[in-house]
Design a protein around this ligand. Structure first.
Ligand SMILES: Cc1cc2nc3c(=O)[nH]c(=O)nc-3n(C[C@H](O)[C@H](O)[C@H](O)COP(=O)(O)OP(=O)(O)OC[C@H]3O[C@@H](n4cnc5c(N)ncnc54)[C@H](O)[C@@H]3O)c2cc1C
Length: 395
């Protein structure tokens, strides 16, 4: 039987999350933009609500929430914070701490995960390098085994949350070459705690004012062997489970932000008069609105479907990895592209005010744009969809 409804429990979670986000996040967004950092009270309040590391198993202090519950909270956060800053902190921390829960050693999990749940540690992702992004097999940063440790050197670039992690605590799921002669078969994943010796260059972003973004180089960092996630040289296989969770959350976040922008735009159009009537009565604008509502409702449904497939695959292997990759890629491609267009028109409906720094659609347009690149670009989503449709042999 096909059932597209959320359960009563999920509806209660949404109501709770919405009430929280409207109370704790929405009123602080302007302050966040002005100060260009997340007010620490938001992170603490999120920890109190058990919204950090939601997927962390109960034995490590988490809720053991499934990806749909996480997505419901993500969507509500994105409605409250149009800059996409808090959504990014939430999604990256949740998706990558999930990978630690799944592939970390027992000692790493008991050391790290209870602190993630309390908001005392944040888990980021460090894959991209100055000269390599999409092409993970070509990366240069490496780790060499030495007694019971790995010694890592290299550089990472365009990494989200670096300042947040430096200040609050935590580290990065870090992609490193453990066999430099091989491409993707020579890659392993490590949890690399933030180290004060990192040589950091902070980067200016187009949006996401409350988050942080940086490049950093590191030299001879000693990583305990039991900070490896999964097995040696198997990193490329498991990293996609983190990317797919993150991409699914990005999809729901983009849909949530766009639908909220459309609501804002409709409200404005109902109140703004031109040529003797509210501008909402102009069919030219109604048709734009109808196109965006149709696209965003469909894309949102696709996003939840993709995350449901991901959850089923993680739980029971009901779908294959490749089926999940394709559905998640479809969701990310549609939501991120269409959300940007929807927000752009919602800004347009608000005339000159829409272009001003006071308008949430101005913040949203710049923030949501990042999702056509972050955690896998728009084009890479198309590569995945094409590959899983026509077969690897035709690529
Ligand atoms: C706001 C933001 C936050 C980010 N946060 C993080 C983070 O926390 N951690 C992290 O590791 N990385 C992060 N990134 C980096 C992001 O993952 C990369 O930007 C992305 O993977 C693309 O890599 P690249 O920028 O090196 O582009 P490249 O891989 O060099 O690609 C350049 C262009 O070519 C296209 N392209 C590449 N290959 C193909 C192909 N086969 N077919 C067609 N087109 C192709 C790309 O889509 C892109 O448009 C972030 C990026 C942004 C913008």
């Amino acid at each position: 039987m096909l059932d597209y409804s959320f359960s009563d429990e999920q509806e209660i979670l949404r109501e709770t999350a919405r009430e929280f986000c409207e109370r704790e996040i929405a009123p602080k967004v302007k302050q966040m933009i002005n100060e260009r950092r997340m007010p620490s009270s938001i992170w603490k309040a999120m920890a109190k609500m058990n919204f950090l590391g939601m997927n962390v198993p109960e034995e490590y202090g988490g809720m053991g929430a499934d990806p749909i519950a996480t997505a419901i909270v993500a969507e509500e956060i994105s409605r409250a914070d149009p800059t996409a800053s808090i959504p990014v902190l939430f999604l990256v921390d949740n998706a990558w701490s999930y990978l630690v829960s799944k592939y970390g050693t027992a000692s790493l999990k008991s050391e790290l995960l209870p602190k993630v749940v309390k908001g005392e540690r944040i888990v980021g992702i460090a894959s991209t390098e100055p000269n390599f992004g999409s092409d993970i097999g070509s990366m240069k940063s490496y780790a060499i085994e030495k007694e019971n440790r790995y010694i890592a050197s290299g550089e990472k670039a365009y990494i989200s949350l670096v300042r947040d992690i430096a200040e609050i605590g935590g580290g990065f799921v870090t992609v490193l070459k453990t066999d430099t002669k091989k491409g993707t078969d020579g890659v392993s994943l490590f949890y690399m705690p933030y180290d004060r010796s990192f040589d950091i260059t902070y980067l200016q972003e187009m949006g996401r004012e409350g988050s942080s973004w940086a490049a950093y180089s590191f030299k001879d960092i000693s990583i305990p062997k039991d900070y490896m996630l999964g097995k040696l040289n198997q990193g490329f296989k498991i990293i996609h489970e983190g990317f797919e969770f993150a991409r699914g959350l990005i999809s729901v976040i983009s849909a949530g932000a766009a639908l909220k922008s459309l609501e804002n735009g409709i409200e404005y159009m109902k109140n703004r008069k031109a040529f003797g009537k509210p501008i909402v009565k102009f069919q030219g604008l109604q048709f734009q609105l109808a196109d965006h509502v149709a696209r965003m409702e469909a894309a949102r449904t696709t996003a939840y479907k993709a995350l449901w497939m991901y959850a089923e695959e993680q739980k029971s292997g009901r779908f294959t990895r490749f089926q999940v990759s394709k559905e998640i890629a479809i969701a990310k491609l549609l939501t991120t592209t269409w959300a940007f267009d929807a927000i752009n028109d919602a800004l347009q409906w608000q005339g000159a005010y829409g272009y001003s720094k006071d308008c949430p659609e101005e913040w949203a347009l710049r923030g949501i744009r990042s999702f056509q690149l972050a955690e896998g670009s728009r084009e890479i989503m198309k590569v995945i969809i094409a590959r899983e449709t026509i077969g690897k042999e035709n690529m």
